[in-house]
Design a protein around this ligand. Structure first.
Ligand code: BG6
Ligand code: MG
Length: 217
């Protein structure tokens, strides 16, 4: 049996734009210049680490209590965008891929850094397509640590070597590689150069092909 582990943000839905708007609002409030280019560094990275990157950009130090308050504020803003999400936000080709892999005996798991992952799966109506969900609430070490994928493989009962991971972030590809899984980059080959395979998106690959991808790293 094969396992297929999907990252959420940037693979299933394009939430980076909402994360950006929410972080941008906070950054502006605390006087930090934060650009869409800077936002690239936050992809795949935990909420706490994302805030630290923004504070580093502005050369700001803060107490843990202050940081906690800023993270809550950013998340409330982000949830405003999430509350308006629906099935139409699932990226092209993702639904056919999920259905095909399930129908062909694959076990499907989510492996995301986000603490909002379950909510987003509910809002987009795709929760029933997952056999297991592992997210930012379940792990202690963030990507590039492989913990999230190791846990996902265990939950679907598939050996790590028989799992394929779909990821848009450099940290996520590194995590998949260190777990001995097939790493499939969703994005640009130049950025995701350590991935075993790279596709610009699920619309660019036949679902049949996804079943037969193998490790070449
Ligand atoms: C990842 C995103 O999936 O989740 C990151 O790529 C984000 O940009 C991280 O910071 C944590 O998300 P959340 O929803 O818990 O703040
Ligand atoms: Mg991602």
């Amino acid at each position: 049996m094969k396992g297929f582990i999907f990252d959420l943000d940037g693979v299933i839905v394009d939430t980076a734009k909402y994360h950006f708007l929410a972080w941008k609002k906070l950054a502006t409030q605390i006087g930090v210049g934060f650009t869409i280019e800077d936002n690239e560094r936050l992809k795949g990275v935990s909420r706490a680490r994302s805030l630290d990157i923004i504070l580093e950009l502005g050369d700001i130090t803060a107490t843990d209590e202050q940081k906690q308050q800023w993270m809550t504020q950013k998340n409330e803003e982000y949830l405003g965008y999430v509350s308006r999400m629906g099935t139409e936000e699932v990226l092209p080709g993702v639904l056919p891929a999920l259905h095909f892999l399930r129908e062909n005996g694959g076990k499907i798991a989510l492996g995301s850094a986000s603490k909002n992952a379950r909510l987003i799966l509910e809002k987009t109506g795709i929760m029933p397509l997952f056999d297991a969900v592992v997210d930012g609430n379940d792990v202690s070490a963030a990507k590039p640590d492989p913990e999230v994928f190791v846990l996902a493989a265990a939950q679907i009962g598939v050996p790590q070597g028989d799992c394929t991971v779909f990821e848009d972030s450099v940290a996520g590809i590194e995590a998949a590689n260190s777990a001995g899984m097939v790493s499939v980059g969703i994005g640009e080959a130049e950025t995701l150069k350590d991935a075993d395979h790279v596709f610009p998106g699920f619309a660019a690959v036949a679902p049949e092909t996804l079943l037969s991808l193998s490790v070449k790293h």
